[in-house]
Design a protein around this ligand. Structure first.
Ligand SMILES: Nc1ncnc2c1ncn2[C@@H]1O[C@H](COP(=O)(O)OP(=O)(O)OP(=O)(O)O)[C@@H](O)[C@H]1O
Length: 257
């Protein structure tokens, strides 16, 4: 979202078509077909090791499918906003919050595009949106986990992306922060953006996400959240992960196009 504009944005769509994705040709996700329509809001759930982060990494192009296809339509891959897990973020550098959040503008300006006068206001509004007024000059390495997650959300606000991918945005975050950041996510979706979030709290998913994809190294169920999160589907996902053989030989897959 452009913080200056309130018009709806055209959402982008994401589709996995019989996609097999893995590391060093070891599949982590098998023959996955799933769609994330433009303007939809979907939770991706599944047991530990189900392949949820792998799915997001394939969507942004960090992992190429071993077979099948991963398609983004309605925007370029470089326009996708991606929030990695907090554990993957290097917070050891003393960059001020303001400068870090302003990096979200690079997508609009380009790395050498320079800073405009009204960019200051946009950064300030993005920080206000996530409840961080007064934190502008705080070094990143002095923030709590919840404050850092708010800063990362502020940067996403400035990125103005039609497709937003979030990997476990609420791990080790207190209830109040979850509530406020969930509000930011709901507003993104109300503005027409497509949101895909890896989630562990199924109660929160039931309350907030209209669509869910349940995976366990493959798709178990996809669609309306209440349908997908039925006990038999959750049991099937658990069973599939427990029965997974890490040492299994590769299956035959169609080469990626
Ligand atoms: N860089 C990597 N190299 C090799 N294997 C990996 C790598 N990253 C993940 N894997 C493997 O891929 C499988 C899926 O991992 P992934 O992180 O996608 O699962 P997840 O559903 O996000 O799990 P969690 O809920 O624990 O975060 C796991 O078996 C994991 O060990």
């Amino acid at each position: 979202m452009d913080v200056r504009h309130s018009e709806p944005v055209g959402g982008a769509a994401l589709a996995f078509q019989n996609a097999t994705i893995g590391y060093d040709r070891h599949p982590a996700l098998h023959h996955l077909s799933a769609t994330f329509p433009a303007g939809s809001m979907t939770a991706v759930v599944g047991p530990n090791g189900a392949g949820k982060s792998t799915l997001l990494k394939a969507a942004i192009g960090n992992l190429r499918p071993i077979g099948g296809d991963v398609r983004v339509s309605g925007c370029r891959r470089t326009e996708i906003a991606y929030l990695p897990q907090l554990t993957e973020i290097d917070r050891g550098f003393p960059l001020p919050v303001f400068d870090f959040v302003a990096m979200g503008l690079w997508h609009r300006r380009g790395a050498f595009g320079g800073f405009r006068r009204d960019d200051d206001e946009d950064v300030a509004r993005a920080l206000a949106r996530v409840g961080l007024v007064g934190f502008e000059q705080r070094p990143l390495d002095t923030l709590s986990g919840g404050q850092l997650q708010r800063v990362l959300f502020a940067r996403l606000v400035l990125q103005d992306a039609p497709l937003i991918l979030l990997d476990e945005p609420f791990t080790a975050i207190d209830d109040r922060t979850i509530h406020e950041l969930m509000d930011v996510i709901a507003r993104w979706n109300a503005e027409g953006r497509t949101v895909v979030a890896v989630m562990h709290d199924l109660d929160l998913v039931r309350r907030q996400f209209p669509r869910t994809l349940l995976i366990a190294r493959r798709a178990i169920a996809e669609g309306d959240t209440a349908d997908v999160l039925r006990p038999e589907n959750l049991a099937a996902a658990r069973h599939h992960i427990e029965a997974w053989d890490e040492a299994a030989p590769f299956c035959e897959v169609e080469p990626a196009r």
